[in-house]
Design a protein around this ligand. Structure first.
Ligand code: ADP
Length: 274
């Protein structure tokens, strides 16, 4: 019974109930439990494409006399290898993010540049899917942070907005600065008129490997890691990510990060004095 209780607690940690249940666990126990859970998930997720590739290799051998079948199996091996490469790349991204926490050597990042890059990367896919992708501008927003990481975060959100939409949907990407007494906040929003997310799923989509509709997500080649990467990047910038959604109507994801205004301004001044 003791073992059962412990594993239930570990599972609950993975579900994001850390605050409720962690009062009797030390921080290192918590980190260890999360790490073990992650390793178990990674092994499971990697085994699927690897298993498929080895089955397909056998099928190619058996079908040596049938060039059409060989071509078909080879095509599927290509798809599974690409999926494996995606997974490995994202797992490496995630582990790097954890190691880099908090952000090393932040620089002034023009959010306009971040949004442009993210939108440009998704433009072809949006056109293919009949989704209108609009960049509504960043209104001069700047933050102290990491350009590559912010690009990855916004890119993941735009990619999802395009993928989880039907033809005719609209995706709008924008950023605004909200003034506060101490520091400004920069809000980056990615809105879509796509399929939307139920409230129960919305609570879980930022967990690693969580996918709402396994069939559709798998068909889209998703890994379930994109949003957990976004969450880590927002956190390493001292910010957060939130989602507002209505099933069938669409979703809006908002990354909010502090601008670290004083440092942004003084860095600018140093730049313009030179
Ligand atoms: P995936 O690689 O599956 O896209 P993510 O972590 O990026 O993984 O997203 C997790 C899940 O959240 C997706 O599988 C999808 O079901 C859901 N999701 C993410 N973004 C959207 C969106 N803009 N609209 C609807 N569902 C979304």
């Amino acid at each position: 019974e003791a073992t059962l209780y412990l594993s239930a607690r570990v599972a609950a940690l993975a579900d994001g109930l850390v605050v409720v249940l962690a009062d009797d666990l030390t921080a290192s126990h918590r980190i260890e439990a999360t790490r073990r859970d992650f390793v178990a998930n990674v092994s499971h997720e990697l085994k699927t494409p690897i298993g498929a590739i080895s089955l397909l290799a056998e099928a190619v051998e058996d079908a040596a006399d049938d060039p059409d079948a060989v071509r078909r199996f080879a095509g599927r091996m290509g798809i599974e290898s690409a999926r494996l490469a995606d997974l490995v790349g994202q797992i490496i991204d995630l582990s790097r993010l954890q190691a880099d926490d908090p952000l090393a050597e932040p620089q002034v990042v023009e959010i306009d540049e971040v949004l442009h890059d993210a939108v440009d990367r998704c433009r072809v896919d949006a056109e293919k899917r009949g989704v209108t992708l609009t960049l509504a501008g960043a209104h001069g927003a700047k933050v102290l942070g990491n350009l590559r990481q912010l690009g990855t975060a916004v890119g993941n959100l735009v990619e999802n907005a395009v993928v989880y939409s039907d033809p005719g949907a609209r995706v709008v990407v924008a950023a605004h600065t909200r003034a506060h007494a101490e520091d400004d906040d920069v809000e980056i929003t990615v809105s879509d008129t796509g399929i939307g997310i139920s409230p129960a799923d919305a609570e879980r989509i930022f967990e690693r490997f969580y996918r709402v509709d396994y069939g559709r997500s798998r068909a889209n080649g998703g890994t379930g890691l994109g949003l957990s990467i976004v969450k880590h990047i927002a956190a390493s910038h001292g910010g957060r990510v939130a989602v507002w959604s209505q099933p069938g109507r669409g979703s809006t994801f908002t990354i909010t990060v502090p601008a670290h205004l004083a440092q942004v301004r003084s860095t600018e001044r140093v730049g313009s004095d030179e």
